[in-house]
Design a protein around this ligand. Structure first.
Ligand code: AMP
Ligand code: MG
Length: 309
């Protein structure tokens, strides 16, 4: 997944840790598009040619990714693969591609051209060159599966951290009022400085931002969340969005969706969905806390000004 995965347990337990890491590895092997062989790669390699039947977990994740891509009126688009592969942001060879190539690739990113057949659990990319990319959703899904494995072993306290996707189980102490502390990085800080600490129990904390995978060319910052309308990285007022939710899949979906919507549109949506909370870090050094009932926020970097809804 191109990140560090860590698991924190209260009691050391190698069997449980091994089971969690095995399940993560298994899912990564099915979902990755950064190697030649995986279930998602077999769909991509058959683009324009034939449908490919996949396992039920992969099919169900693709169904959800398609639903979000088609019905959310957001930048979220799981057919973005051809552009992700062209920009290579966060990988060797990252570069601003020629505008002409971006235009060509945009023609291969219409999620309506992805046909799902529920009966056969098959996925068909109708045009040659199309590619599914589940990068905006896979870590959330994998974190939720890891939590299920922990529950299977009767482990109800701990932290699963898939680089930016943090899923907390229960509270750290038997005391009901104890919280896990999740650091919120200060965007673009060269060391591991924090802008704040998010205190939660039994919640997922997922961040989408522009400061983890990016490069700078001619004084311009290019980051890894692409605008499916233009083919270039999304340009808005945000450095990052953190979503606090029950499931990590939900957090992963909404962190990307909210990043694309920006603060004002996301706030309208969140006002109608009180079970979701979000923290927006704006480039102008404002932190907006929306639906702050589900977490406690402690400001560390006093350069920031907090606004609350
Ligand atoms: P996240 O960090 O969850 O916001 O996901 C970012 C990752 O999702 C990128 O590294 C790409 O693999 C992929 N991606 C980039 N742009 C988009 C987009 N507009 N919609 C969906 N996935 C995207
Ligand atoms: Mg995401």
């Amino acid at each position: 997944m191109g990140t560090t995965v860590s698991l924190t347990l209260i009691e050391p337990n190698d069997t449980v840790a091994q089971a969690v890491f095995d399940s993560i590895k298994l899912l990564e092997d099915k979902l990755t598009v950064n190697r030649l062989i995986s279930e998602v790669m077999s769909i991509n390699l058959a683009a324009g040619s034939h449908p490919v039947t996949v396992s039920s977990s992969v099919f169900s994740l693709i169904e959800q990714a398609q639903k979000v891509s088609l019905h959310f009126n957001s930048c979220f688009n799981f057919a973005i693969g051809p552009l992700v592969k062209l920009w290579k942001i966060g990988f060797n060879g990252q570069q601003v591609p020629p505008a002409k190539l971006i235009k060509q690739r945009l023609l291969l990113t219409d999620p309506n051209n992805i046909e799902l057949d529920t009966n056969n659990r098959s996925v068909f990319l109708k045009k040659f060159g199309m590619e599914i990319d589940l990068g905006a959703i896979a870590k959330g899904y994998i974190a939720d599966v890891a939590k299920l494995i922990l529950h299977k072993y009767q482990v109800y306290q701990g932290i699963i951290n898939l680089g930016g996707n943090v899923l907390t189980l229960g509270s750290p102490l038997t005391n009901e009022n104890s919280y896990w502390h999740v650091g919120l990085k200060k965007p673009f800080a060269t060391d591991d400085k924090l802008s704040g600490v998010i205190k939660v129990k039994n919640k997922s904390v997922v961040t989408s931002g522009i400061y983890e995978r990016f490069f700078i060319q001619n004084n311009h910052l290019y980051h890894h969340i692409l605008d499916p309308k233009t083919g270039y990285p999304l340009d808005n007022e945000l450095d990052s969005v953190t979503v606090i939710s029950n499931s990590s899949l939900e957090g992963d979906i909404y962190s990307t969706v909210f990043y694309g919507w920006g603060l004002d549109n996301s706030r309208k949506y969140l006002q109608k969905h009180q079970n979701l909370s979000a923290i927006f870090l704006l480039k102008n050094k404002t932190i907006a806390l929306i639906n702050p009932d589900n977490f406690v926020f402690q400001l560390i970097d006093t350069q920031y000004k907090i606004i609350t809804d």
